[in-house]
Design a protein around this ligand. Structure first.
Ligand code: ADP
Ligand code: TYD
Length: 205
């Protein structure tokens, strides 16, 4: 059986890492073999591209940024995601293409149609089976991520940037409401876990 491809999305500080760790444990308890990975990154070349993309001393054209995100993704699909799904493993991925629409598209202003072309080129018809979008106000995301000592190239952006990123995510959710589940990330961790359990238990049967 083909495994399931699950992605987690949201602005910085929305709680993806927190819930990803919990979901990995949840799957282990339910006997589901899950590969945990992230974007940009997840492969040896992808992690090098990630370092360039997050380096606050490395300016780049907004379209270069989008192209590098998709370059890392192409590698990630080939080396990690598709082989895992074919083996029957599940894949739990911290961010995927919705992040490119939200950050590079809405945040930076890269033409949405160009991103659709790249998405089609790199993924064909492949989409995650389920995307959990942790929706949070930018001010709250900043408050939660407040302890970060050296913000990276994205974390150093202002609240208006993250406001546009949030709107971009919500637009993607409207365009693909079957795949993308919007979760109120302003709720308590306990409440969110309860919601995640309700979403995941039927999938694990
Ligand atoms: P992300 O991976 O999306 O950037 P994190 O999971 O690292 O976000 O969470 C950022 C901070 O917010 C962490 O200190 C985490 O413990 C805290 N946090 C996560 N979810 C919640 C929540 N629902 N309520 C309060 N604090 C939270
Ligand atoms: P993330 O792993 O969430 O950062 P951290 O480890 O600091 O929590 O993601 C790295 C950054 O990359 C994040 O700020 C969002 C950005 N990003 C994009 O701009 N476009 C993309 O397509 C992806 C996958 C990430």
């Amino acid at each position: 059986m083909q495994g399931k491809f699950i992605t987690l999305e949201g602005i910085d500080g929305a709680g993806k890492s927190t819930h990803l760790a919990w979901l990995a444990e949840f799957f282990a308890e339910h006997g589901v073999k899950a590969v945990v990975t992230r974007e940009p990154g997840g492969t040896s070349l992808g992690e090098k591209l990630r370092a360039l993309l997050l380096d606050k001393d490395q300016p780049m054209h907004l379209e270069t940024e989008a192209l590098l995100m998709f370059a890392a993704r192409r590698e990630h699909l080939d080396k990690v995601i598709l082989p895992a799904l074919t083996r029957g493993n599940w894949v739990l991925c911290d961010r995927f293409t919705d992040a490119t629409f939200a950050y590079q598209g809405s945040g930076r202003g890269v033409d949405w149609a160009r991103l659709l072309t790249l998405e089609q080129w790199v993924q064909g018809t492949l989409q995650p089976d389920l995307t959990l979008l942790f929706d949070l106000a930018p001010e709250e995301g900043r408050r939660r991520a407040g302890s970060i000592k050296t913000p990276d190239r994205f974390e150093q952006e202002r609240d208006d940037f993250f406001g546009r990123v949030r709107d971009g995510y919500l637009q993607r959710a409207r365009e693909d409401s079957k795949r993308i589940r919007v979760i109120d990330a302003g709720a308590s961790i306990e409440l969110i876990r309860r919601e995640l359990r309700e979403i995941m238990e039927p999938l694990c049967q």
